[in-house]
Unconditional design. Structure first.
Length: 545
């Protein structure tokens, strides 16, 4: 190969690098790409317009210009690579470039041989190539591109040293330029590969950051052997109480799923329907709490149409479900309240008339042998009137007398009645009263609330036990808690608590808790229930306002 052909190959390779870096910069606008592009533009200019003149007539001024451009080229190359690696360029590079340029320029003006003039500049450029290759080699990027590019730059640095020594050898000059050109082709290809690998890694890190910091659980389940979870985000710890590493297969998931929902989840991961979509289910947190979750999943299929994997997002929707239950409960209460407002008074009037006549007729001598029946009828009318009285308590338009009152004083006033009811069932009543501030309350309604809650608690302990009534306060709320030692509330009953006419007690009206919810609603408070085998605690939290 002729020297001109080898030099032209080298120049074409340099322009290819200019094109590669310029294209990447126009697409992504990174500063280090601009520095690389500028570096090889300077190198291409020197090779195209100055090197050929230097071979023909090595004038001192021309040598100094070539040395200056080479120093700038090397600094830009190293500076861009340092930025790419996320480091800071050392000032020693600038100091070395300045010293090398001054020393080489002095040698050129002293008309020393070209090899001596370019000696330190060649060493500096070679060091820049090797440093660039080393930074690529150690870059925090996965893939073969960094090794390909780094290795090519290191070889360019080594080759840069031998070019000065072997340049006078006529047969080596074309081969030397050809080797340099080929290595630049490798660098041009490798840098594009590196950049896209870097962009891919950054994108993966970004999505991983999103997945690991979102409150939703993100997962991928693989159906192909070995089947199991490829990834579960750390948010699963907050949702279930277990670490992501605790879930390897569908069996590990099923043990935290509510027994009634396990079949649906098992079918979902068994891909019996071959479809993704939404599914709601319940699970048990490690601490025993019931959690409502909603899952959105998407299936991915392999070439033969069989499911290969499933990506899913699981969201904790407990608060939303509880809110929907509260809204549904309030809707039911509103319906019952409207019925109460429209019908209760109309029903009461004829009942009052019937009761009056029964009392009158019961006093007559000819009906004395029916006295027992008259007493029974009057008792049933009184019981009916009591139900209507409770029913009226559901009316949302009921007038309330809310004033600033002490919750402890209301409890103390109703305590003797509660103690009497409890003593008849061999139940001990314990008061754990803090010193909460006065809040806005309706005295009569809170007494009714307490009676309903304590009577339910007493009914839950037929064999006796301990009934606790406690108050507490924090910066924002005052709480009232009624706690029993009964067997707890069944899950199917717990989900429907507050529904009018729902009762588990023989002879109960099913209005007690419905009235409690209505009273709580009128006081703009919140009612929560914690239940288990050791008992049930019902808490009402009033805002201090």
């Amino acid at each position: 190969m002729s020297l001109d052909t080898a030099i032209m190959t080298n120049i074409i390779a340099t322009f290819l690098m200019v094109f590669a870096y310029s294209y990447l910069y126009l697409q992504y606008r990174h500063a280090y790409l601009a520095k690389w592009a500028a570096a090889f533009i300077i190198l291409a200019f020197r090779q195209l317009f100055l090197d050929s003149l230097l071979f023909k007539s090595p004038l001192s001024g021309l040598i100094v210009t070539c040395l200056l451009l080479s120093s700038i080229y090397s600094l830009l190359l190293v500076s861009g690579t340092v930025d790419f690696a996320g480091r800071r360029l050392s000032r020693w590079w600038f100091a070395a470039a300045f010293i090398v340029f001054i020393d080489s320029s002095a040698a050129a003006f002293d008309h020393l041989p070209f090899q001596l003039c370019a000696l330190f500049e060649v060493i500096f450029i070679g060091a820049a190539y090797i440093a660039t290759g080393w930074m690529f080699w150690n870059a925090d990027i996965r893939g073969a591109g960094k090794y390909l590019t780094g290795g090519a730059f290191i070889l360019l640095g080594i080759h840069n040293f031998d070019m000065l020594l072997l340049f006078p050898v006529v047969w080596f000059a074309p081969l030397g330029f050809l080797i340099e050109g080929l290595l630049k082709f490798v660098v041009a290809f490798g840098i594009i590969l590196v950049f896209f690998e870097k962009a891919k890694n950054e994108l993966e890190k970004y999505y991983q950051l999103l997945a690991e910091n979102t409150v939703d659980v993100v997962y991928r389940y693989k159906f192909t052997e070995p089947a199991g979870f490829e990834y579960i985000s750390p948010a699963v710890k907050q949702l279930t109480g277990y670490e992501a590493g605790d879930f390897k297969s569908i069996r590990d998931i099923l043990h935290v799923i509510h027994p009634e929902d396990r079949r649906r989840i098992s079918e979902l991961f068994g891909v019996l329907s071959n479809t993704g979509g939404y599914v709601s289910f319940r699970l048990r947190h490690k601490n025993g709490e019931l959690v409502w979750a909603e899952q959105k999943s998407s299936l991915f299929f392999n070439s033969d149409g069989k499911p290969a994997s499933m990506d899913g997002i699981v969201r904790d929707v407990t608060k939303r479900v509880l809110l929907e239950q509260d809204v549904a409960r309030l809707d039911r209460l509103n319906i019952a309240g409207q019925m109460a407002a429209n019908l209760a008074h109309e029903v009461r009037n004829p009942l009052t008339t019937v009761r009056g006549y029964l009392q009158l007729m019961g006093t007559r001598q000819e009906f004395q042998h029916f006295k027992g029946q008259f007493i029974m009828l009057l008792e049933e009318l009184d019981r009916t009137n009591g139900i209507i009285t409770e029913y009226l308590s559901l009316s949302k338009d009921k007038m309330v007398d809310i004033k600033r009152r002490s919750l402890n004083d209301i409890i103390s006033a109703i305590y003797p009645l509660i103690q009497t009811d409890a003593a008849a069932s061999n139940i001990e009543v314990r008061l754990n009263l803090a010193n909460p501030p006065e809040i806005f309350l309706d005295d009569k309604e809170i007494k009714q609330l307490l009676l309903n809650l304590t009577r339910n608690a007493i009914a839950a302990m037929p064999d006796g036990g301990l009934l606790e009534i406690e108050t507490a306060a924090d910066d924002a709320e005052v709480s009232l808690t009624v706690r029993d030692q009964g067997p707890g509330i069944a899950q199917e009953v717990l989900q429907n608590l507050g529904k009018p006419f729902l009762t588990t007690k023989e002879g109960g009206t099913g209005l007690g808790l419905a009235i409690c919810y209505r009273i709580v609603s009128r006081h703009n408070a919140k009612l929560s229930i914690a239940t288990g085998q050791s008992g049930t605690a019902i808490s009402i939290r009033f805002r201090k306002r």
